[in-house]
Design a protein around this ligand. Structure first.
Ligand code: ADP
Length: 246
């Protein structure tokens, strides 16, 4: 069953066309990188997938449903990590995760067990009683991701989740998410402007000026572009958009 299917999606802000006819299809258990330079339309795409924006034209289906008719059913099966922080800095990790779990109707022992499992998965077990403010940037991002996973979603979307992290924390985060995609039955869409974060994604979708310019397995994109590696393919396929690596 398809997780996400977008067809001919358009979105403008005044006369700026942020998305210009985007087609996108995602299956299950896939780690998909959404790669594009700043201003490509990645955040706009995320707002539409998460149901915050309605597109001007085109169709968006999640698990075969639409936000208009089935918003709550979609949200129960989705996790979203936005660029902006969504956890409370003065609350402990556990209190934050409890709060978000309750929003999904979870509670009691089941919720506590879920929090314990997520804390273990993200190496936060010894920190759950600490206020988020006292954690490192990398640990705070892990809390954001654990929050987004509290409802055991089938589809996790992440908008530049590594923004603001130092290189070791960024690498660790990418590794955590790759493991999640490989070991758990969750489809992941990871937006970034940094090529090395999606080097070994299952699929890479390249977005430039609101259009999908390439969509496929990294090895295929590299071969089709006659490129040496994904950075080179990105430069060629995006018509000279600056390839970015940290
Ligand atoms: P990305 O996330 O890839 O950096 P965005 O989706 O943020 O791209 O932006 C796509 C385009 O839409 C850019 O040209 C940006 O300046 C413009 N844009 C984004 N948000 C707004 C807004 N609220 N008002 C006007 N223009 C916007």
């Amino acid at each position: 069953m398809s997780v996400l299917e977008m067809t001919a999606v358009e979105k403008s802000y005044g006369n700026v066309k942020a998305l210009d006819g985007v087609d996108l299809a995602l299956g299950k258990s896939r780690f998909v990188g959404l790669l594009g330079p700043n201003g490509a339309g990645k955040s706009t795409l995320f707002q539409i997938i998460s149901g915050l924006f309605v597109p001007d034209a085109g169709t968006v289906k999640l698990f075969g449903m639409t936000h208009g008719a089935d918003g709550p059913a979609i949200r129960r099966r989705m996790g979203v990590v936005f660029q902006a922080r969504s956890v409370d800095l003065d609350m402990t990790i556990r209190a934050n995760l409890r709060f978000h779990g309750r929003l999904f109707g979870l509670g009691g022992r089941k919720l506590d067990a879920r929090i314990d499992a997520l804390a273990e998965q993200f190496d936060l077990t010894d920190l759950v009683k600490r206020p988020v403010r006292n954690l490192s940037g990398g640990q705070q991002r892990k809390v954001e991701i654990a929050r987004a996973l509290i409802n055991d979603p089938d589809f996790l979307i992440m908008d530049e989740p590594s923004a603001g992290l130092d290189t070791p924390s960024r690498r660790a985060l990418v590794a955590d998410i790759r493991r999640l995609a490989a070991e758990q039955d969750v489809a992941i869409l990871w937006a970034t402007h940094l090529v090395d974060e999606v080097d070994d994604a299952d699929d890479v979708v390249m977005l430039v000026k609101g259009k999908v310019v390439a969509d496929g397995a990294p090895a295929t994109l590299i071969k089709d572009a006659g490129a040496e590696d994904l950075t080179d393919a990105y430069a060629k396929l995006t018509g000279g958009a600056t390839p970015e690596r940290e």
